[in-house]
Design a protein around this ligand. Structure first.
Ligand SMILES: [Zn+2]
Length: 215
């Protein structure tokens, strides 16, 4: 997949660290299965469990990417911007992304909308979605993800302002039977013009907030 980036290949340690993390995760998931066996599940006799530890380790590494890969790809995208020919709000709304809650290591499904007001440079629209996906591939709190998106599109893109609005469906609360409204969390972050001009902020929230619930 993304491992073809020359930037990443240059960092020789990363592939080794990823492989070692995969091995550690597989060992950890073997322990999980042993624990499941202790509480009555047929983990040694049901063939559905045969390669589960390896599969689960691989799946976890798809949810959580190495920090260096996330940072390098975002840095590369921020270097490939285009001159701004339009100074209106650039918005990418209702992107679905998957993440992991750092408190319980359970999945979170996010619906993410971001916007910025260009100054000198603009990013391709597909790049906005990609940045959202990448920043989600971490064990990260929703508040931090919201902050990181707004910060990336304001400070790092040097825009006149940026905003992020996120609805999260957290398995750690949803799957444990806590009331549904507590499982859906809404966060927003505003920078620059979105913070200083209530009308700009309202325009953004009006475009992205919808009464329809996530999932
Ligand atoms: Zn959690």
């Amino acid at each position: 997949m993304e491992s073809s980036s020359p930037l990443k290949l240059h960092r020789g340690a990363a592939p080794d660290a990823r492989a070692e993390a995969g091995r550690l995760l597989e060992t950890a998931y073997q322990q999980v299965l042993t624990a499941f066996g202790m509480i009555g599940y047929p983990v040694t006799t049901d063939e559905n469990y045969t390669d589960t530890a390896a599969r689960a380790a691989k799946a976890m590494l798809e949810l959580v990417h190495p920090v260096s890969e996330v940072e390098d790809e975002i840095a590369a995208m921020l270097e490939k911007t285009f001159p701004a020919r339009y100074d209106g709000m650039v918005i990418s709304k209702h992107n679905t992304c998957f993440s992991l809650c750092p408190h319980h290591l359970l999945p979170v499904v996010y619906r993410v909308s971001v916007a910025y007001l260009p100054s000198e440079r603009v990013l391709g629209l597909s790049k906005l979605s990609r940045i959202i996906q990448l920043l989600g591939r971490r064990p990260v709190l929703q508040e931090q993800l919201t902050h990181d998106l707004a910060e990336t599109l304001h400070s790092r893109l040097e825009s006149r302002g940026a905003a992020a609005y996120i609805e999260g469906l957290h398995m750690c609360t949803a799957a444990r039977g806590i009331e549904a409204h507590e499982a859906r969390v809404v966060t927003s972050a505003v920078r620059g013009a979105f913070r200083d001009q209530p009308a700009t902020r309202q325009e953004f929230i009006g475009l992205v907030a919808s009464p329809a619930s996530l999932l």
